[in-house]
Design a protein around this ligand. Structure first.
Ligand code: ZN
Length: 293
């Protein structure tokens, strides 16, 4: 699973507000970690490279980044951030910068794919051939593992923009997604919940309709993942998912949707993430581990 040959690996979880850095001899053993605020690319990347270099010679680096990002190894802009509203970051050559400055092989994926990889190998998705990691917080994102491999294709999954069927009692709120209004992110992300009910889900009483509505929309995504991808587990993480009772509600409602027809239903589970805030960073170390020489 993890080779741990004794050489030093580096990892970066690149986020919109902060970069989290780590070094370790194996993905399950973070020796040191450090956070820096995300500013302009030149300053942020230089500070990250400096911190990593100060820990000794790395054998490889893994980057789990915010998106959109170019993951296609054959593309001329592999390793770049693609067009983003974040000032200065569009077309930023993240992987190339560190390959040049550190002189090491670089593994590169999205933060949610990194977290999916980490949960699959070392967390709540252990011993499955297929699983999805879905984070529900400021936005909704997901990474998918099928037959043990992270799924890449024309792009990377954007599960937050799944279109759920609206609940029969719920047709007034327009949704908060700037692209679609009432896609899943527009209905069930932290900002959607806040703009609709004025409070966080965890602050609303347990008998408030918000709990059932949010769980129902998330359950539709889980059901679709089971139905489309024949995976065994959906691992849920992110701030909204910490709401007491939410994961159980999502699991029960997912089972209800799939009842009587969905093959393999008894093997399908909706479970909480195990690696918490470290998932992306551990994913970065796994990406590094996979490409070290
Ligand atoms: Zn959307």
């Amino acid at each position: 699973m993890t080779s741990g040959d004794g050489t030093l690996l580096g990892a970066i979880e690149a986020g919109g507000t902060k970069f989290v850095l780590a070094v370790g001899r194996s993905p399950d053993d973070i020796e040191a970690r450090h956070e820096i605020p995300t500013r302009k690319p030149e300053e942020t990347l230089a500070e990250a490279a400096q911190w990593l270099e100060a820990h000794g010679e790395l054998s490889a680096l893994g980057i789990a980044t915010f998106g959109p990002a170019q993951l296609d190894r054959d593309a001329s802009d592999w390793g770049h951030i693609l067009k983003t509203p974040k000032p200065g970051w569009s077309r930023c050559d993240l992987a190339g910068y560190f390959a040049d400055h550190l002189g090491v092989p670089v593994g590169f994926d999205t933060d949610v794919n990194g977290a999916a990889l980490a949960e699959h190998q070392l967390g709540a998705g252990r011993e499955t051939a297929g699983m999805a990691y879905v984070t529900v917080g400021t936005g909704i994102g997901g990474g998918l593992i099928v037959n043990g491999q992270v799924v890449h294709g024309a792009g990377h999954p954007e599960m937050g923009h799944f279109f759920p069927r609206r609940d029969q009692s719920d047709h007034v709120f327009a949704g908060s997604c700037p692209f679609h209004g009432d896609c899943l992110e527009g209905l069930a992300s932290g900002p959607a919940i806040l703009s609709r009910w004025g409070q966080k889900l965890s602050d609303l009483p347990q008998d408030h309709e918000a709990h059932t509505l949010v769980a129902g929309y998330l359950a539709q995504l889980c059901h679709s993942l089971f139905a489309f991808c024949a995976i065994e587990r959906v691992v849920l993480g992110g701030g909204v998912v910490k709401t007491p009772g939410l994961i159980d509600r999502v699991g029960e409602m997912t089972q209800l949707i799939g009842r009587d027809y969905l093959p393999g239903r008894t093997r399908q589970q909706v479970v909480p993430a195990e690696l918490g805030n470290d998932a992306g960073l551990v994913g970065g170390l796994l990406l590094a581990d996979a490409c070290r020489i």
